[in-house]
Design a protein around this ligand. Structure first.
Ligand code: GCU
Length: 138
């Protein structure tokens, strides 16, 4: 099975609320970031082995304004102001991915809103080892 799914509603939330009023989420809901810079969701991602992983954030943004977020792993920035643009509707969910190194064992992956709009609505983080994401090579 490729992928290691982490539901935002089970993550640590600072300045946000778990909601379920916009269809299309996975699990039991999503996190609605407060409309403030600094609001964040932090996932604990257990990696079987150290290495680079694809971190895919599933989100919706029903506005036309970007909702950029800083992505950090274990306190180290890996992407500053990553764009989470409008998706057309709060019920339209898409994934935005970055590649980041994880250590073996527990990793803290934090997505922090950087603008006054706060973050998008965040459904899930999937952490996938590149070996699982690519087709086999001969
Ligand atoms: C609306 C929407 C929320 C969303 C919020 C926002 O209130 O219903 O789900 O989080 O806008 O702009 O952040």
């Amino acid at each position: 099975v490729a992928g290691n799914d982490h539901q935002a509603e089970n993550a640590t939330v600072s300045q946000g609320a778990v909601e379920s009023n916009h269809a299309g989420f996975t699990g039991t809901g999503f996190v609605n970031y407060d409309n403030v810079a600094g609001s964040y969701v932090e996932f604990t991602v257990d990696a079987a082995t150290a290495g680079n992983y694809r971190l895919a954030f599933r989100f919706a943004n029903g506005t036309t304004a970007d909702r950029p977020m800083d992505i950090a792993v274990n306190g180290v920035p890996v992407s500053a102001g990553l764009s989470f643009p409008g998706t057309g509707a709060w019920t339209t969910w898409v994934e935005k991915s970055v590649t980041a190194g994880l250590v073996a064992g527990a990793n803290k992956v934090r997505a922090t809103a950087t603008t006054a709009g706060g973050g998008p609505n965040l459904d899930r983080l999937s952490a996938t080892a590149p070996a699982d994401a690519e087709p086999p090579t001969a």
